[in-house]
Design a protein around this ligand. Structure first.
Ligand code: DX5
Ligand code: ZN
Length: 221
């Protein structure tokens, strides 16, 4: 089953309630919330209060992506705000295993993310602590960039590592995923596709979802 995780960064923030209603009406089950600290990445976005506001509004799975240099001190706040899944970067300053343990200790699913320049091997020792691996297909920091197809080459190796781990770990891709290239990500082994501008700025979001599901069916997923 392929999931679409719409990135709120691509939504019309003045009409956020309607945008979330639109996501729900399309049968989508996830919502991707990007948090940036102006240090780990050169942009600033939302914080835990934003997650709490989303939690009051929707039952969608809140997929929280932390692009922070020191996520460890904020995990408690994000968990209390109602995150269902918290993903941290292996490149962050805090110890990756400690971050993943802290997320799990709050009863929240834990994800680990790698930037385009980080090899898949970096997550291998962390897989026993993970529920999801997030492969960035752009340099994190901004929505609306073009997908780097070369990053998809990491997916088969990660699928194999996940198989060897014997754990039920989802593979998510994030950055520049659109109707036109979703098939490439699915064929490479992605389970979850983050879509910001590719969904929220599409003329017909329903047609995007239909096209993604058609690609998934073509890949037997
Ligand atoms: C980038 C974020 C992405 C981004 C996706 O740093 O992690 O989630 O918002 O947006 P699009 O799909 O527009 O590239
Ligand atoms: Zn993201």
């Amino acid at each position: 089953m392929i999931e679409i995780s719409p990135s709120v960064l691509g939504a019309d923030l003045m009409r956020l309630g309607e945008e979330i209603g639109m996501v729900e009406s399309l049968g989508i089950r996830w919502l991707h919330l990007d948090h940036m600290d102006g240090h780990f990445v050169p942009n600033i976005s939302f914080g835990p209060d934003f997650v709490a506001a989303m939690r009051r509004q929707t039952g969608l799975l809140l997929d929280v992506h932390l692009m922070l240099s020191n996520p460890l001190r904020y995990i408690d706040a994000y968990a209390r705000a109602g995150a269902d899944l918290i993903t941290v970067h292996v490149e962050a300053e805090d110890d990756a295993a400690a971050m993943l343990r802290e997320i799990a200790a709050h009863g929240v699913k834990a994800g680990i993310s790698i930037k385009p320049g980080t090899p898949p091997e970096a997550v291998r020792p962390l897989l026993p602590l993970c529920d999801l691996v997030l492969v960035m297909t752009v340099e994190p920091g901004f929505g609306g960039q073009s997908m780097r197809e070369d990053c998809l080459q990491k997916l088969p190796a990660l699928r194999e590592m996940i198989r060897e781990s014997g754990r039920d770990i989802l593979l998510e891709v994030d950055g520049g995923i659109k109707q036109e290239n979703a098939g490439l990500a699915i064929a490479a082994g992605a389970d979850v596709l983050v879509m910001g501008t590719g969904l929220f700025r599409a003329k017909e979001p329903r047609a995007v979802v239909d096209a993604v599901m058609k690609e998934a069916a073509a890949c037997g997923r």
